[in-house]
Design a protein around this ligand. Structure first.
Ligand code: GLV
Length: 310
């Protein structure tokens, strides 16, 4: 049995290695510094392994992303194409994502910024009605996370519909697809939530053309990837009142540079890529299961199709 390489960009892999050893003491889990013979590496569990390294492991049998997204893996053009790539599919992450999106939608819908401004002035308004019937949540991306978010929005009493690249049938949810479907969903939605994978087709998908179709005062929630958003188009849509606010958790450059205009714009609900943090205990269960599956010759959970990019 080979080495299980664990690598987390800008973080110590030790807690992950400890958890792997706790759940599966037989596994030989190591950080990048302790790999030794590259030919011994059987599985790479990673968040942003430096590009070019995958191809130096001739016996690599699985690339396991430490995230729901695999764009950081597929961006390595030297990656050996025959090695299966798996993303994390974990209900823990789906629940966390639901909470993040609910927080943004409710903050916008219940006008929390306005409420807090009134509190600051000790003002007491009357006749306040929050029109829940006007909240129509369009979810872009109908995978594990997107479906969980759409259902949760319905459970909160909001209308929800979705969009995916190809046709989908999901019980109780209107599913759009293709360019026409995207335009139709934007025109219907007062909230657009982006949970798409980042691929060449979805890069810059959150742009002026889409925002212009939305009703004035709408909300954008981007919990996909920073590359989905055209930043100048967002600012223009906010300035024009097309969008009232944008909840952004992901950015083209992360960490978001100190001087970036998003930091100080009150119309942007900003969080530092924490919408759906990976949980060491529950995600490690998935890793252990996937190692077991690969060794048994079975497909791992969360196997992606590199041609599609998700
Ligand atoms: C986080 O961004 C993830 O892809 O899980």
């Amino acid at each position: 049995m080979g080495v299980i390489l664990v690598h987390v960009a800008n973080a110590d892999p030790a807690p992950w290695i400890d958890e792997l050893r706790r759940q599966a003491p037989d596994l030989d889990a190591r950080g990048l510094d302790a790999v030794g013979d590259p030919a011994a590496v059987e599985v790479a569990i990673t968040w942003k392994l430096p590009h070019g390294l995958f191809r130096t492991y001739p016996n690599l049998a699985l690339i396991q992303s430490m995230a729901a997204g695999v764009d950081h893996v597929l961006a390595d053009s030297d990656r050996p194409a025959h090695v299966p790539v798996a993303r994390v599919v974990d209900p823990w992450m789906a629940r966390s994502m639901v909470h993040q999106v609910a927080l943004a939608v409710l903050r916008w819908h219940r006008r929390l910024d306005w409420v807090e401004a009134m509190r600051a002035d000790a003002r007491w308004p009357t006749g306040v009605v929050f029109d829940a019937d006007a909240v129509r949540v369009g979810v872009l991306g109908l995978g594990h996370l997107g479906q969980a978010v759409a259902r949760a929005m319905q459970d909160l009493g909001f209308a929800a519909a979705g969009w995916a690249r190809s046709p989908k049938v999901i019980d109780g949810l209107d599913c759009h697809h293709g360019p026409e479907g995207l335009r139709a969903l934007a025109a219907w939605s007062s909230v657009l939530v982006c949970l798409l994978p980042l691929t060449p087709e979805t890069e810059g998908i959150l742009n002026a053309e889409l925002f212009e179709r939305m009703a004035p005062g709408s909300l954008l929630v981007n919990v996909g990837r920073g590359g989905h958003l055209v930043e100048d188009d967002l600012i223009a849509a906010l300035d024009a009142g097309r969008l009232a606010a944008a909840a952004l958790d992901v950015f083209r450059t992360e960490p978001l540079p100190a001087g970036h205009r998003f930091w100080s714009d009150p119309r942007i609900y900003l969080t530092p890529h924490i919408a759906s943090e990976i949980n060491p205990v529950t995600a490690t269960r998935v890793f252990v299961e996937n190692i077991r599956r690969i060794r048994a010759g079975d497909a791992p959970i969360g196997l992606i199709d590199p041609a599609k990019g998700y």
